[in-house]
Design a protein around this ligand. Structure first.
Ligand SMILES: Cc1cc2nc3c(=O)[nH]c(=O)nc-3n(C[C@H](O)[C@H](O)[C@H](O)COP(=O)(O)O)c2cc1C
Length: 202
């Protein structure tokens, strides 16, 4: 049993999204203390390479897949498949996910591995499991005070559904740029929502 946590902010463990994700991880470890916590920082993940892109467009995989993005994809996918739950700590960058998280997605959303392309569309191959997304944004991304589009939330929902994962939950500290008081209040609300979520699940 393992919890896979992706840390996606350039500010790493100092980031708002990582701090929020700590509350989720603590709740998960409270329920399953024996779970192993696997940490992955996506900020430095390389983009997919030419061989990988060619393979995804080809009718079958090559025999040799032990280098470059093909090998990295296999290893990233293994940690995802093995995870009983996934925690993603991410800021919003330009209305969507940071580029490092996008690189991770490009490595794990892979035809013939995590989904099959059928005449009905893409069909995911992974078993469902909970994914908890801890988001931080400078301004508001939901509610009456949102003045910007949110491509992060629907994008992540769609990407995970593509590979068979539908149990996706979002918690957010929004308006981090609105001053310390507003940030403290947003943190308080988000952590209360997390506590409520896990209280309901037990
Ligand atoms: C490159 C970049 C792009 C950003 N784009 C947005 C944005 O589109 N909307 C927004 O509300 N905040 C945006 N922000 C602000 C961050 O989302 C905000 O500072 C957040 O609290 C950072 O979270 P972190 O501490 O987890 O990295 C952006 C920040 C950076 C560095």
């Amino acid at each position: 049993m393992s919890i896979l946590r992706l840390t996606c902010s350039p500010q790493g463990t100092q980031s708002e999204s990582y701090q929020l994700s700590q509350h989720i991880v603590q709740h998960l470890l409270g329920v399953t203390p024996e779970a192993e916590l696997i940490e992955l920082n996506t900020s430095a993940l390389p983009h997919v390479d030419a061989e990988y892109a060619a393979t995804l467009g080809a009718p079958a995989d090559p025999d040799k897949q032990d280098s470059g993005s093909l090998a990295l994809s296999a290893s990233l996918m293994r940690s995802l498949v093995d995870a009983s739950s996934v925690v993603i700590a991410t800021p919003m960058h330009n209305y969507t996910v940071p580029s490092g998280l996008k690189a991770w997605i490009d490595h794990v959303v892979r035809v013939r591995h995590s989904f099959h392309a059928t005449s009905e569309g893409k069909v995911g191959t992974l078993s469902d499991r909970p994914v908890y997304v801890a988001v931080s944004s400078g301004a508001m991304i939901s509610g009456d005070r949102a003045r910007q589009p949110d491509f992060l939330t629907p994008y992540l929902r769609t990407v995970f559904a593509t590979i068979g994962i539908h149990d996706v939950h979002f918690f957010s500290v929004q308006g981090s740029a609105f001053g310390e008081q507003a940030r403290a209040l947003a943190r308080q609300q988000a952590t209360a929502e997390i506590a409520q979520h896990f209280a309901n699940r037990c």
